[in-house]
Design a binder for this molecule. Structure first.
Ligand code: UD1
Length: 416
């Protein structure tokens, strides 16, 4: 298995371009199943999760032609309605094909995703919403079996602002008869991106990005060309990487309006950040201050940057208090950071991070995408050497992370 070997201590300096957003590309790819024409999707990150979704679309019957950061997806002549466990277990977002399949085929059989390192992660809200739209659902042998005589618009209230449930229900509702309202909907930029893509295909979706999304069903959707938004989590990860090394970095292809929560926190810590258009300039500072961070649905601080900011907090002046309010088990990285010399105490869903002067290299293990990114950030300053194993998790969410870091001057190499 591949590993990263890092020698910390270099300031990150220079300029890189941020890739397209994984969490926008995946639902957009699933949404192409609703189309009757070819779709061309651009700014798609070259990632393992994207390849998994391509494989799922092919399993369902679509043709997927892959170019450099571009996908051409040709709709299936006839769709298969089953997505097996072997695919879903490697990527939970596979469950996003459930909404499009039930909508187009009136039936679907998709494996239940199960838990993962960061929590139990049920899909009850996806299923409750689909039932409200008129699907009958049963769980059999670990699979969701859904069928309908035709979906009908409904008013759906989500008990929790779930990103995946909002996306699945938007997709299911686009071809339903009548109007659907999703209340307490998730407001993440990736949801707005999905709605913009579907509207480009001829859907009628209003108010994506607000609490109540309105979807008026249409009889069919046509093919469309679309460019995926930049990845705010990748951008945030590199901003934190720059901050921890006291470097100076320019990030291109970013949407500063999607990054307000992380920009505000880093500024509070003492990092200088300037943005203009699609560019962000980050300048670190050797004396960063502790902060309080609480993860929340968008526009709050994203849970997907919580592990990375914990790495940064571990070398800031004072005690940072980091509360994880989205996932129940998202502190696995804390144990690995402690092995690198961080002083972290966990009480329930809160981590008290007492800043130490520096981190020591160690052999550590990535347990999920963002926990892996947190270890890479720690490895940027840890001396003499950090070895990170299970980096396949990192590859699921970061396109060529080590090459981008090398461009910025980091000492990181991948060994097989
Ligand atoms: C998406 C992102 C993931 C991010 C997360 C939260 C993708 C592919 N993944 O995951 O990177 O960390 O949003 O921003 O976009 N929940 C339920 N029942 C449900 C669904 C969710 O209780 O049916 C709970 C979850 O357990 C969790 C919370 O709701 O505690 C938020 O989860 P959700 O927004 O659904 O996350 P994902 O869509 O899986």
């Amino acid at each position: 298995m591949a590993r990263f070997i890092m020698s910390g201590g270099e300031e990150l300096k220079g300029e890189i371009s941020i890739s397209g957003a994984k969490n926008a590309a995946l639902p957009i790819m699933a949404a192409t199943l609703l189309s009757e024409g070819d779709c061309i999707i651009e700014n798609v990150p070259g990632l393992k999760d994207v390849r998994t979704m391509s494989f799922i679309l092919r399993t369902i019957g679509a043709r997927v032609e892959e170019g450099k950061n571009t996908l051409r997806i040709i709709p299936p002549q006839s769709l298969h309605y089953e997505v097996p466990y072997e695919l879903v277990k490697t990527m939970r977002a596979s469950v996003l094909v459930l909404g499009p399949l039930i909508s187009r085929l009136k039936k679907a059989r998709v494996s239940l995703p199960g838990g993962c390192a960061i929590g139990v992660r049920p899909i009850n809200l996806h299923l409750k919403g689909l039932m409200k739209l008129g699907a009958s659902i049963r769980i059999k042998e670990g699979y969701v079996e859904a069928q309908t005589s035709g979906l009908k618009g409904a008013r759906i209230y989500l008990d929790t602002q779930s990103v995946g449930a909002t996306e699945n229900l938007i997709m299911a509702a686009t071809l339903a008869s009548g109007t659907t309202y999703i209340e307490n909907a998730a407001k993440e930029p990736e949801i707005v991106d999905l709605a913009n893509f579907l509207n480009r295909m001829g859907a009628k979706i209003k108010n994506a990005g607000s609490d109540i999304i309105e979807i008026t069903g249409v009889p069919n959707l046509k093919g469309a060309n679309y460019t995926v938004i930049p990845d705010r989590i990748e951008a945030g990860t590199f901003m934190i990487g720059c901050a921890i090394t006291g470097g100076e970095v320019t990030l291109r292809n970013v949407r500063p309006d999607h990054l307000e929560a992380i920009i505000t926190k880093l500024q509070e810590m003492g990092v200088e950040i300037l943005s203009s258009g699609e560019v962000i300039h980050v300048k670190g500072n050797k004396e960063l201050q502790a902060v309080e961070v609480k993860t929340m649905p968008h526009p709050g601080f994203p849970t997907d940057l919580q592990p990375q900011i914990m790495s940064l907090a571990s070398v800031c002046k004072g005690t940072s208090v980091i509360t994880e309010d989205i996932f129940e088990n998202r502190f696995i990285h804390a144990g690995e950071l402690q092995r690198m010399g961080a002083d972290i105490e966990i009480k329930g869903n809160t981590a008290f991070v007492r800043g130490v002067p520096g981190l020591n290299g160690a052999s550590v293990m990535a347990s999920d995408i963002r926990a892996g990114a947190a270890l890479v950030i720690a490895g940027l300053i840890a001396r003499p050497e950090t070895r990170i194993s299970r980096i396949y998790h990192i590859d699921r969410g970061y396109e060529e992370i080590e090459k981008k870091l090398q461009i910025l001057g980091a000492k990181i190499k991948r060994i097989q």
